[in-house]
Design a protein around this ligand. Structure first.
Ligand code: MN
Ligand code: FE2
Length: 307
């Protein structure tokens, strides 16, 4: 048996027929939100105007959108494939509420993978290998650091390994790379009045991502609150991944002499760095906090997100 799985092969009891569900916890509140907002269907998006818009783009504009899409597509597939060890770890600790929330997380990442593949199939319509867009910085994070940190949980579900996994997945891949990428993508398309179906999908997807990041912040915070030595693990993991994360942004802009859609490198490099700082400061607040305080801080950010 892998050590992330429950240590016993029988159930001693069931949470829902003894204590009941703790609905006031942040993971259950995120689960409620996911049931309301996370059930949009990529198959329902209307890409008809997007197809018209795509055909009118210049070769360079098409190339840049394809480049960005190839990063999103592989990224969504990676997060879909790599979340399972975390579900197993959380389930193994008997955290039913967190496991219930994480079922929506996995479903949503699968939907995002579906969404970008629909864009490629229905709007772009070309079956080409896009992996040449994946530079060493991108590979260092999405091909290597992410699966390494997540699969580690299968043999080592310790709190330190959980912090490394969640920092890599939720803070860097989602909190820095995806947030910056979707911001750039939406800016490029909306500023130029292009591709309404794709924009709608990305806006919905960003809502899902904000719940994912809120869960990650909550997980890392409760681990750091329980053991302050884990702050160093979190900070070190963040810092190790900062250079390749900023490298991903630099590589996109470095690939083109003039960037179309009015995209400006410094705007997005600054945005990525601001996301990084914001996440780091946010999880640092968990140091010395009680679990009740962690719940309250997470609840406040879930509410802010509602606004
Ligand atoms: Mn996603
Ligand atoms: Fe996500």
């Amino acid at each position: 048996m892998v050590s992330g799985a429950p240590s016993s092969s029988v159930h001693a009891s069931f949470i829902t027929t003894t204590a009941g569900l703790n609905r006031q916890t942040p993971p259950m509140r995120l689960f409620e939100k996911a049931k309301r907002f996370g059930i949009w269907n990529p198959s329902d998006l209307d890409f008809s105007q997007d197809i018209v818009d795509w055909r009118r783009l210049s070769a360079l504009e098409q190339e840049v959108l394809l480049h960005l899409t190839s990063l999103f597509q592989a990224g969504e597939e990676a997060v879909t494939a790599d979340i399972l060890p975390l579900l197993l770890t959380v389930a193994g600790e008997g955290r039913l509420e967190e496991e219930m929330y994480l079922t929506t997380f996995l479903f949503e990442e699968a939907k995002h993978t579906d969404f970008f593949r629909r864009f490629l199939d229905e709007v772009v319509g070309a079956q080409t290998d896009l992996s040449h867009f994946h530079t060493p910085s991108y590979r260092a994070i999405v091909y290597e650091a992410l699966p390494t940190a997540m699969r580690r949980l299968l043999v080592d579900p310790s709190p330190a390994a959980q912090v490394r996994a969640s920092v890599t997945y939720n803070m860097i891949v989602e909190g820095v790379l995806a947030e910056t990428g979707y911001h750039a993508y939406l800016t490029a398309l909306e500023r130029n009045g292009l591709m309404p179906g794709t924009c709608r999908g990305v806006r919905l997807l960003k809502q899902d991502e904000s719940r994912h990041i809120a869960y990650g912040v909550h997980l890392i915070s409760r681990l750091i609150a329980a053991d302050d030595r884990l702050w160093e693990v979190a900070e070190e993991t963040m810092n190790d991944l900062l250079r390749p994360a900023l490298g991903v942004v630099a590589d996109i802009f470095g690939s083109y002499e003039t960037m179309p859609f009015g995209l400006d490198e410094s705007e997005f490099a600054n945005y990525a760095l601001a996301q990084f700082q914001k996440r780091l400061e946010r999880i640092e607040r968990a140091r010395g906090a009680s679990l009740e305080e962690i719940d309250r801080i997470t609840d406040r950010s879930i509410e802010l997100d509602d606004a």
